[in-house]
Design a protein around this ligand. Sequence first.
Ligand code: ADP
Ligand code: MG
Length: 300
Amino acid sequence: MSSVKGFHFNTICEISAQADESLLEEALSLCPVFERLMSRFIEGSDVWNLNHAEGLPVQVSEHTLEVLKCADALSSASEGAFNIAIGAASKLWRFTDAEPVIPTSEQLEKAIFELRNFSIRFKDAGVIIPAGATIDLGGVAKGYACDRVADQLRERGVTNGILNFGGNVVTIGTHPEGRPWKVGLQTPNAKRNESTFAAVESVDSAVVTSGIYERCFTRNGTIYHHILDPRTGRPASTDIVSATVLSSDSMLADALATAILVLGSSLGLQLAKDYGVQTALLTTNNQLTYSAAMPLTLTE
Ligand code: ADP
Ligand code: MG
């Protein structure tokens, strides 16, 4: 097995597979390509262009288009719990900065207004969003990238591999020993990769987890995390601590995991069912709820 890793999408992206390291490096080099298309921070990216278009149509790459269409469909299906116009709020909190900020109620009111009035149109002339809207694809782009990187490896003949882009896992084939890959589900607040409470079996599919213990900060005893409720502009506060989605499509799994965290367990389980994917939800009272068909085993 060879392994390579790099820092992309604000997280560690790692590939391990039975292949030459150079092949893995080549596949990993797709990450900055997608980042340059979909980061809202990189001047000239598709997302940056949309956010600065003042309501005019923007021609975007086929990759960005696919992500925007998936996000738009999920936004409707989740009744707005997933909303890529969340940039209106996330740019205020600045979770990726060394010193995140708690926005004022007035700032959040303005953001909620923008979120409520957001719409996206796909025209021949390009993609149109309202002037002043701020798209943030942080909840879905990494999942798309992970799928495309895995596709490239498959095309190059890789038959056994595992990719982990900061909690967004895609497996290629089986483990070299012929058994399914086992993807550990992290115990909240434990050091990354140090403790897992369950493992999900995966063959050629994606296992994606969103957790409120990721990318968060504490101020005066309150924990603020980066998955925001579009109705309030504040960190989503539901009965879920972490949501894991198993699907053949990693982009969908990524977006769904984020949406389920915003919706809470009962609406979240329904949404997963509607999309025909398996989920495992860890709730605030430390209960684990999962779909009957989820290939999960407890490790504690
Ligand atoms: P992680 O990046 O830890 O894997 P997620 O996939 O859940 O976690 O993505 C969280 C990111 O999604 C946030 O940093 C932000 O960019 C974006 N986001 C936050 N809340 C929402 C929301 N309600 N709808 C869509 N995107 C969101
Ligand atoms: Mg996500």
